[in-house]
Design a binder for this molecule. Structure first.
Ligand SMILES: *[C@@H]1O[C@H](CO)[C@@H](O)[C@H](O)[C@H]1NC(C)=O
Ligand SMILES: *[C@@H]1O[C@H](CO)[C@@H](O)[C@H](O)[C@H]1NC(C)=O
Ligand SMILES: *[C@@H]1O[C@H](CO)[C@@H](O)[C@H](O)[C@H]1NC(C)=O
Length: 466
């Protein structure tokens, strides 16, 4: 048990309130694949000494005061309540356990965290898969912090396997790879306002009057947020992506290649599932942009202390990026797949430097102030619901790390609870980039989708080498 002052209330930030409201209930799932069989006997003391002290929100619940404002209230934490160790049949093949893990994570993705205790759980899966000897699955409510804060928190419990005394390094902290991340320091960016006004207009317009077409990736189901999801993932090697990047040159980043190949994979899937009409349908991806001035993760202490500012928290904005269309001519798909990468680069660049990000944030603030957090949350909900997919990206360390003496082979995350049929997350770790996706069960064929994403990489790789 951890004791805190009885009446310590901290107001929840507006974003934290949107993310837990009647309209939205969004969680982050972090998956840590252990290289060795998991010894869970030390889980409770480790969580108590390492994890809980990271941020008071990990030991707080969200309550509503009598004026309807949400507050964080510190409580005693019974850590055992937060640890779940599932039992699967024994002596199955690794491939069957892959499926068990996917099914298990899909199931917990659809469950709500109990609101009467702090908003996180740790699932310890003590069965081997093709990638791991055991899997830790952290489920954390998104109102606790964004992907950056939460990953930063988890990573501050991690140590380098090669030398625990050295700090972790990240692709973005290395000069040569500076462009890898969508996260940009936009505080320094002076963008011509002319360029951003249409962006802002588009963004507002998009979310006030237009919605994407119904396609094989967008069911448009009214009850979408209650429908079950199926979770899966693919992994790419960083060196393959870099091969494409180098072939393309001209300032193309790893990130541009990834977004381009996901866009192409999405169109391939739509084409395979249906009619040509779907290759021309209006589909937009919401790219969730981290709006911090970051080069690498700071330790959580630094994150909370930088002179009055608290970078900890939820700082993201969403940008609408139209998914490029396939051309009519089939042969063109094979000759012009690189267009998807160029197009992705162009769109990301345009939006990255635009003021649309702060303006969209300001609009939300205004809605929040005038009409309250619930209305602002509904605006976010409708914006996501009117689009076809969301894509978010977090960079991970380039060295292998261990957590509680378990070296990790894989490390990635997922977003669950957005009202859309397709949610995509990207994370790099050591030599791998993991693209994880949650799809609406019974609507998107997860196996076919996975193979289209893999096929897309092959097509792009081939086009880049020709
Ligand atoms: C989250 O929102 C729901 C709906 O408003 C509410 O019932 C619940 O108490 C909230 N939870 C927290 C943690 O505020
Ligand atoms: C990701 O894919 C691997 C390999 O198929 C599998 O073992 C793992 O369970 C998957 N993860 C999730 C969360 O579905
Ligand atoms: C979503 O689209 C519908 C139909 O076009 C529109 O009525 C609604 O205002 C849109 N809402 C938001 C916030 O995007």
């Amino acid at each position: 048990m951890v004791r805190f002052e009885e009446e310590s209330l901290t107001p929840a930030s507006p974003t934290a309130q949107y993310l837990n409201s009647t309209a939205l209930n969004v969680c982050v799932i972090a998956v840590l694949e252990s290289q060795i069989p998991i010894d869970d006997s030390r889980a409770v003391p480790l969580l108590r000494t390492l994890f809980l002290p990271l941020n008071p929100r990990f030991s707080s619940i969200m309550i509503e005061d009598n004026r309807g404002n949400k507050q964080w209230k510190q409580v005693e934490v019974d850590i055992k309540e937060h640890i779940i160790v599932p039992t699967f049949p024994s002596d199955m093949s690794l491939e069957s356990y892959d499926q068990y893990v996917e099914d298990y994570v899909s199931r917990i993705a659809g469950e709500h965290l109990p609101q009467n205790r702090p908003l996180w759980d740790l699932h310890i899966i003590k069965y081997p898969t093709t990638n791991s000897a055991g899997t830790f699955v952290f489920k954390l409510h998104h109102s606790l912090g964004d992907g950056y804060s939460l990953m930063g928190a988890l990573l501050s419990c991690a140590q380098r396997v090669d030398d625990p005394s050295l700090p972790l390094t990240f692709p973005s902290s290395k000069k040569a790879l500076k462009k890898d991340s969508i996260f940009r320091r936009f505080s320094q960016i002076v963008s011509p306002i002319f360029k951003s006004v249409p962006d802002f207009g588009w963004s507002v317009l998009k979310s006030t009057m237009m919605k994407d077409d119904e396609t094989p990736i967008r069911s448009g189901d009214e009850q979408l947020k209650f429908r079950p999801r199926t979770i899966s993932n693919v992994s790419f090697s960083v060196s393959t992506i870099k091969q494409v990047q180098q072939k393309l040159g001209h300032g193309v980043s790893v990130n541009d290649v990834l977004v381009g190949l996901i866009f192409l994979g999405i169109r391939l899937y739509m084409k395979e599932m249906e009619s040509e009409s779907s290759s021309k349908a209006e589909s937009t991806a919401l790219v969730l942009l981290n709006t911090r001035n970051v080069r690498a993760y700071k330790s959580v202490n630094e994150m909370v202390d930088t002179k009055g500012k608290t970078p900890w928290g939820n700082r993201f904005a969403f940008l609408h990026i139209p998914i490029p269309k396939l051309s009519d001519d089939d042969r063109k798909v094979i000759s012009e797949p690189l267009e998807f990468v160029w197009e992705a680069k162009k769109m990301i660049e345009r939006t990255r430097y635009s003021l649309a990000v702060p303006l969209t944030g300001m609009l939300l603030d205004v809605v929040n102030k005038l009409r309250g957090a619930e209305v602002a949350a509904r605006y976010v909900h409708d914006t996501v619901k009117n689009s076809s997919a969301s894509i978010s990206n977090v960079v991970g360390p380039i060295e292998q790390v261990s957590v509680g003496n378990h070296p990790l082979k894989g490390l990635y995350f997922l977003h669950v609870g957005f009202p859309e049929s397709l949610t995509i997350t990207i994370m790099s770790y050591i030599e791998n980039i993991r693209v994880a996706f949650g799809v609406e069960s019974g609507f998107i064929d997860v196996h076919k989708f996975k193979s289209c994403i893999q096929k897309s990489l092959q097509i792009i790789l081939k086009a880049a080498s020709d």
